[in-house]
Design a protein. Structure first.
Lengths: 432, 136
């Protein structure tokens, strides 16, 4: 890789051992990619220094389990521990850990909770904003059009590129931590104009209107195009407008069933003013149709983990719920009671929860027997209400992960289907 | 013996039995790092263990936790011996770097066609060379 004088100085240790280790990792990573140089990044979202009890205990047995040990040896992939300096730029911490108040309900130990509090104090002290969410763009970190970012979290990455027109690859924990110290990331992939043009044309031949429909379409497209860049055209319900919640569920699903990091919707997303703009000078590699038969197949695929109609858990908020989504859940639950023996957990960010508290949504949901939780989700935290065997989900992304991770059955449907299952204890969702 | 030539992703030499899949692999949520097995629901390798294997696959997909999952597998002692793949992404590049296993890509023949599960494979990461001895 060609390094600037400043980058060489960091690699040589002129700016301290932590930046040296960070540059060393970034150079190894950039060379693995085949990148020729670095780009300056001003907006970095990752999970620096977070450790599960396993990681904490492992490093404790192998030299030391402090925040600095974990950050150095895991995040920077360094063989020695180096002092953790303040981070530069706009750096935030994404989801992880446990709810700061409801951790006992989540089955976490006091020891793990206290450990999280210590990690958080270190992050605050060194300048990392504790957004604790997979939807930083709903909670205080919205990048600008064209801004070079280094983001983790596949659903946030696809939102950043596609909806905002900012630029990031799907970074990982180690590369974002290194970028927080150096402000550098390999100039590769989505940082470059030529990699942002569409590769596959998706002709949508069936109306796509509800959030559930957008999730299904995303799941279908991710499976069909894998890590390529789809360009959507056709019957998209509201021709000139797709709201943030639909983008959130669509992108999250496409990034889970495949590796979609960017999509274009002609006439909707910022780099797709026209089909020509979305595709650039290239011809699409393939044209893929999404019609009623494909819609039914993806619905059936998303429900292939479900057998038992008895539902004991409903999980909402994947990706973390927006304030409108919490309001909708509160409206559907107002004055009702979740069936005894069933649980409903709705996940969001701390920022959005504070608004939900203000509006009384949190209390309405709690009065019905549900809980609004922050920081994590059932898949990230591997946490379920005790005895859960069958879950109902309104997120195609969560259906992709949760049954595989936790070995449970899952049903997929609309938010309304899921809340109905929480109230009755039975799944009765159908494809509308 | 069949020789394939490509480019270095991560240096070093390693050899072992091949574990081959035509499905892309998810890291976080797709593997269990604490046992080194594939857990993704519809994956053709579901239940298979890649510890000490030469993993031959099209590339990475899914969560940005790809690198952290394979990094954790390395720490837990369940990492593959080497990686051979076709499609370069940031997930696989960073994941291969922190797994610290020799890795190569851009081979002159499709490794998914040439290599079968059970073949003995030597990977020279620095020179980008893969030597395949077909199983008897």
């Amino acid at each position: 890789m060609r390094l600037t004088d400043q980058e060489k100085a960091m690699l040589d240790g002129a700016e301290g051992p932590a930046k040296q280790k960070a540059m060393d990792l970034l150079v190894r990573y950039g060379e693995a990619l085949g990148a020729e140089n670095f780009v300056d990044v001003t907006n970095i979202a990752g999970v620096p220094g977070s450790s599960t009890m396993f990681l904490h205990d492992y490093y404790k047995e192998h030299g030391g389990g402090s925040f600095e040990d974990v950050f150095s040896r895991f995040d920077l992939d360094s063989d020695e521990t180096v002092p953790f300096p303040n981070v530069g730029g706009n750096c935030c911490h994404l989801q992880g850990g446990m709810d700061p108040e409801l951790w006992t309900e989540q089955g976490m130990s006091r020891e793990a909770f206290e450990h999280q509090q210590q990690d958080e104090a270190e992050l605050i002290r060194h300048g990392v904003k504790l957004l604790k969410t997979c939807t930083p763009y709903l909670a205080g970190n919205m990048p600008a059009y064209g801004e070079h970012c280094a983001w983790m979290e596949s659903s946030a990455v696809v939102f950043c590129n596609s909806v905002v027109g900012a630029r990031t690859n799907t970074e990982g924990r180690e590369s974002t931590s290194a970028a927080m110290l150096t402000g550098k990331i390999p100039d590769w992939g989505f940082h470059r104009d030529e990699h942002r043009r569409g590769t596959h044309l998706i002709q949508v031949d069936v109306p796509v209107e509800s959030v559930m429909d957008w999730g299904m379409l995303g799941y279908f497209i991710g499976d069909a195009v894998e890590e390529n860049i789809p360009v959507l055209t056709g019957k998209l319900g509201q021709p000139d407008f797709v709201d943030i919640i639909r983008h959130k569920h669509f992108g999250a699903a496409a990034a889970s069933s495949g590796g979609v990091e960017m999509y274009h919707i002609v006439g909707v997303t910022p780099e797709a003013g026209s089909l020509e703009a979305a595709l650039g000078s290239k011809k699409p590699l393939a044209t893929i149709h999404y019609g009623p038969a494909e819609r039914r197949r993806v619905y059936e695929s998303l429900n292939s983990n479900g057998r038992d109609l008895h539902v004991d858990y409903v999980m909402l908020g994947c990706p973390h719920a927006s304030i409108e989504q919490i309001g909708e859940a509160a409206r559907l639950l107002a004055g009702k009671k979740i069936r005894s023996g069933s649980s409903l957990w709705l996940f969001t960010s701390r920022a959005v929860k504070s608004v939900a508290d203000l509006h009384g949504y949190t209390k309405t949901i709690r009065d019905a027997g549900g809980l609004v939780m922050t920081d994590t989700c059932s898949a990230i935290g591997k946490m379920l209400p005790e005895g859960t065997k069958v879950v109902a989900l309104d997120s195609a992304k969560q259906v992709h992960y949760l049954p595989a991770i936790m070995g449970i059955e899952a049903w997929f449907g609309s938010t309304e289907d899921c809340i109905h299952a929480a109230l009755t204890g039975r799944w009765s969702g159908e494809l509308p | 013996m069949i020789v394939l030539r490509g480019r270095k992703v991560v240096g070093g030499c390693a050899e072992g039995e091949a574990l081959v899949t035509r499905d892309t692999i998810s890291g976080w949520g797709g593997i269990d790092p604490m046992t080194g097995t594939v857990i993704e629901t519809h994956h053709e390798l579901r239940g298979a263990c890649f510890k000490d294997k030469v993993l031959v696959f099209p590339g990475a997909k899914g969560s940005s936790g790809w690198s952290a999952a394979f990094h954790l597998a390395r720490i837990a002692g369940f990492a593959p011996k080497a990686m051979i793949f076709n499609v370069m992404t940031t997930k696989i590049a960073l994941g291969a770097v922190v797994t610290r296993a020799p890795a190569v890509t851009n081979l002159d023949q499709d490794p998914l066609s040439v290599i079968e599960t059970g073949d003995w494979v030597k990977v020279d990461g620095d020179r980008g060379i893969v030597e395949v001895t077909k199983k008897a």
